[in-house]
Ligand binder design. Structure first.
Ligand SMILES: Nc1nc2c(ncn2[C@@H]2O[C@H](COP(=O)(O)OP(=O)(O)OP(=O)(O)O)[C@@H](O)[C@H]2O)c(=O)[nH]1
Ligand SMILES: [Mg+2]
Length: 467
């Protein structure tokens, strides 16, 4: 395998260079933005792309090497550094039932486990689209405003933490009058990131409890007031009673759509996953396909209009091969229409899209030209729960252009608290359609209900969703 590092001003010219030097089969291993020169952060960003080409994989059949039957071996080798390796490397427990879906996953166990130690780590960050990089010679104002936001966020976090520490020591030294509820809220307060003063927060232990779970102050105040009204007869100073009461109030605020069980009678369901880069669109799409196979049927077609990254199409193709589902690659809106017509007998069509930077309205408009309303495609905006809330708001604002109907939250397993699920919904009022809590396909797709999401938000240990 030949590995080369390329530097370019943007992704488009970088990819061109890579194609010229290494050919169309080149694999992107990682991308990062670096700044050279004496001005450090203020110097122009350069995109550094590490790419590789495996010229001789055909000869690589020495003991211990991956030996998948063709064409699977070819696909696997081409994406060996891609996140899909996570999927192939997972432990596959022997199944006792004869579900068609489980059958197709069972074809791969020995090769998957054989590759466990050989497979390199997947890239930790997804590549940024070309247009998010500055291609002009002047200092990029977007980068500076990004830094400014980051500095402001840090300032706010430090201020909140300082306030919390002082409140915590006050409540400890006062000794009396501190209820179990307020003590609990205070211990969780390391994660508080709200703008209100701490003294106001600690006046009401219910509010403190909610804010400690990441819920915005204004919303927390409303929920606390509503809870006190509805449960005046309960002892809300008892943390268990208070938590149960809050759960009941919370679940009234959370909207979900349970994906309907599609039948021929109700026609075909078409779902496109849209959103920023690297949030988990392709992985979630594979999980949804797998869930449909387990619950309903394998009458599914996968379509990708993600032709942006060299390895992206391969990622979906590997999922398609494993699940024995057709995968169509489309590069124009007309081709999308043809693909939809080709699969009009299918119950479910899942459409993967390239990650679009919320700051790149051209790319979002381009996507809109594919997902035109006449095709009746549900657009689900995929959001990573780990993203800063100010950025989530901006993402939602930008993707409104596509008139998405639902949100999907991924990566909740990486979050310390999940108030973001409620905060986002309060602001954008789109029901949540799916939540994912890990990289495993198909396991890490949660069956959601308002009650379940309320419990997730109030739980102190989202990371332990895996057994
Ligand atoms: N921890 C965690 N990781 C996840 C989850 N969902 C996806 N990932 C990981 O996130 C990374 C990116 O996933 P992809 O599905 O390729 O993301 P994408 O949105 O399709 O990326 P682009 O096509 O590049 O825009 C992979 O390493 C996934 O395994 C999740 O729920 N939790
Ligand atoms: Mg993808």
């Amino acid at each position: 395998m030949q590995v080369r590092v390329f530097q370019s001003e943007d992704m488009a010219s970088g990819l061109k260079m890579i194609k010229q030097e290494l050919g169309p089969d080149a694999l992107i291993l990682s991308t990062k933005t670096i700044r050279n020169g004496k001005f450090g952060l203020l110097s122009r960003p350069i995109l550094e792309i590490t790419a590789a080409i495996d010229n001789d994989f055909k000869e690589k059949t020495a003991p211990g090497k991956i030996k998948l039957p063709s064409p699977e071996r070819k696909s696997f080798n081409r994406v060996v550094n891609d996140p899909v390796v996570q999927f192939l490397n997972q432990d596959l427990k022997p199944q006792t039932t004869e579900e068609p879906f489980q059958e197709c996953f069972r074809e791969y166990p020995s090769s998957a486990s054989a590759t466990r130690s050989a497979a390199p780590e997947p890239p930790s960050t997804a590549p940024e689209p070309a247009t998010s990089m500055s291609s002009s010679g002047s200092a990029p104002p977007k980068q500076l405003s990004g830094l400014e936001t980051e500095v402001n966020d840090l300032k706010k976090m430090v201020k909140d933490l300082a306030g919390q520490i002082s409140t915590f020591s006050q409540s400890n030294s006062s000794g009396s009058g501190s209820t179990e509820l307020s003590r609990n809220a205070a211990t969780q307060s390391a994660y508080i990131s709200d703008q209100e003063t701490v003294s106001q927060i600690t006046k009401d232990p219910l509010i403190s409890l909610l804010i400690a779970r990441g819920i915005e102050t204004e919303t927390a105040e409303t929920i606390a007031a509503e809870t006190r009204d509805s449960f005046a007869d309960r002892d809300l100073n008892d943390i268990n009673v208070a938590t149960d009461a809050i759960l009941e109030t919370l679940q009234k605020l959370i909207q979900v759509i349970n994906p309907p069980r599609v039948t021929r009678l109700h026609g075909q369901q078409r779902i496109a996953l849209i959103g920023p880069t690297g949030v988990g669109k392709t992985t979630t799409l594979a999980k949804i396909a797998a869930a449909h196979m387990m619950q309903s049927s394998n009458s599914i077609a996968l379509i990708t209009i993600d032709t942006y990254r060299i390895a992206a199409v391969e990622q979906l193709k590997v999922y398609g091969e494993i699940m024995h589902l057709p995968v169509d690659v489309v590069i124009t809106p007309e081709q999308l229409e043809q693909a939809l017509n080709r699969h009009k007998d299918k119950e479910l069509i899942l459409i993967d899209t390239a990650g679009r930077s919320p700051r790149d309205s051209y790319c979002i408009d381009e996507l809109a030209s594919f997902l035109s309303p006449e095709y009746n495609i549900e657009k689900h905006l995929v959001l990573s729960a780990t993203t800063r809330e100010s950025e989530l708001s901006e993402t939602i604002r930008q993707f409104q252009k596509l008139d998405f109907s639902n949100t999907i939250f991924t990566k909740i397993d990486e979050c310390l608290n999940l108030g973001v699920l409620l905060n986002t919904q309060i602001h954008n009022e789109k029901p949540i359609s799916y939540i994912t809590n890990g990289q495993r396909v198909p396991e890490d797709l949660l069956q959601i209900t308002p009650q379940m999401i309320a419990k997730l938000i109030m739980s102190q240990d989202q990371g332990s969703t895996h057994e």
